[in-house]
Design a protein around this ligand. Structure first.
Ligand code: CO
Length: 431
């Protein structure tokens, strides 16, 4: 694996995957190029041993698998899960507000837990999914405006002298982006519909609805070994898992599961807290002549990684971390522990992941919250609850998780991909 090329590929993937829809589409084209065939959930499946397949749900979640040549029930699955979505702002229906002073603003609501202040004073663009009436059909089309269109301006310090003492941002007041002056724009209330319709080559009358999200127009970049880019949580793990499934041998059946809606709790059809993964695995077993019992046997012989970004020790706030378990940028993939099982890791799953890393020559770090900080969660608990599969929570450490621009390290991305390749290459039937 060439380190620089891998980092550039990852940045390009982050820059182009501006919404979960675009992440799923980019994953799909990479899988297709690697010989995976697309299945549709609404059609019967005919699968072959050794075959490579993928499917997309809601255009925003992807499951791909390469079927092992051995006995499915005995060998089980090797699964890496991650999520395609990141915190953002979503346009509300009828989104354009024309103010008494003649400005056009977008009416938005927040998606997930963004660090709000980081979205201010920077050029923002819009992307998402349009639903277009085409003849008698409602057609879905992705759009990405790919240019600066909006800005959420701060209030001048002269009008709020205490801004640097901390400020409680009100999402309905402080976070609405400015588009420009209404003057000179016909139908300013329909500004967004006009922009989206033009992006998907139709008229505003044919645009029935849409899911439109804001994103930072300025692409991510490298600063030496550091990566400064939006959505590294969790596109770094998506990219590394994709590299893993494509560039490994096939011992047991290999699976990647990229879910949507992790940032809003995962309890949706394309989210991890659903029957999506279990349903696909059951269909896979049945398509090869197995039954429910074979499926349950396979799950008992399986291993899964829930891959999501971890918190690196902050250079200015070292006291926010546990005294012992303190992952640093560039130190390698991090195993995440939580006694409350916010992360799925236990002694056994942590041990086999550490073993995989050791065999792959990859350093491994460990993270536990300070006992007086609640911390976050991942798709891991949802994924393992629905399948019963032993799971470990790991991830590349980053700074400023959920900022519009997160900071990561090239080595952690490369190490993660190496570890994921090694995980899929494991020959033993049970790690
Ligand atoms: Co995440």
């Amino acid at each position: 694996m060439q380190r620089e090329a891998f980092a550039d590929g990852l940045l390009d993937f982050c820059n182009r995957s501006v919404t979960s829809f675009h992440a799923a589409a980019n994953v799909a084209s990479r899988l297709e190029a690697a010989g995976f065939k697309q299945l549709r959930e609404g059609e019967a499946w005919r699968l072959d041993k050794g075959g490579k397949y993928f499917l997309i749900r809601n255009r925003s979640a992807v499951i791909a698998f390469e079927i092992g040549k051995g006995d499915l029930a005995d060998d089980g699955f090797r699964i890496i899960g991650a999520h395609t979505d990141s915190p953002s702002f979503k346009a509300k229906p009828g989104p354009c507000i024309v103010t008494q002073d003649g400005y056009i603003k977008l009416n938005t609501e927040s998606y997930g837990g963004a660090i709000l202040s980081t979205w201010l004073d920077r050029p923002l663009s819009l992307a998402g999914r349009a639903v277009v009436l085409h003849g008698d059909w409602l057609e879905e089309r992705l759009f990405d405006c790919s240019r600066p269109l909006a800005v959420i301006p701060n209030l001048a310090i002269h009008l709020n002298r205490s801004i640097n003492d901390g400020y409680a941002y009100n999402k309905q007041v402080d976070m609405l982006p400015l588009i420009g002056r209404a003057k000179g724009i016909d139908n300013p209330g329909g500004w967004l519909a006009g922009i989206i319709a033009a992006e998907v080559n139709t008229g505003p009358e044919a645009l029935v609805d849409y899911d439109a999200f804001l994103y930072e127009a300025e692409p991510g970049c490298r600063m030496g070994d550091l990566l400064s880019a939006s959505r590294q949580d969790n596109l770094t793990m998506v990219y590394a898992a994709l590299d893993g499934i494509i560039h490994s041998g096939v011992a047991a059946t290999k699976v990647v599961a990229f879910f949507d809606n992790e940032e809003v709790g995962s309890a949706t059809a394309p989210g991890a807290d659903s029957e999506f993964l279990g349903g696909v695995l059951l269909r896979l077993v049945r398509a090869l002549g197995g039954d429910e019992s074979d499926y349950l046997q396979a799950c008992a012989n399986s291993a899964a990684i829930s891959a999501d970004a971890a918190h690196a020790v902050h250079p200015n706030h070292p006291d926010k971390h546990d005294p012992i378990n303190r992952p640093v940028l560039g130190g390698g993939p991090t195993i995440k522990y939580s006694a409350a099982q916010k992360y799925t890791t236990n002694g056994v799953t942590a041990a086999w992941f550490a073993q995989v890393c050791e065999e792959a020559g990859v350093p491994v770090q460990r993270y536990v919250n300070r006992s007086d900080i609640a911390g976050g969660s991942t798709i891991g608990p949802a994924m393992s609850k629905h399948t019963g599969i032993a799971t470990v929570d790991v991830g590349a450490p980053i700074l400023a998780m959920h900022s519009i621009r997160e900071t990561g390290h090239v080595d952690d991305a490369v190490y993660s991909a190496k570890a994921f390749r090694a995980f899929y290459d494991m020959v033993t039937s049970r790690p």
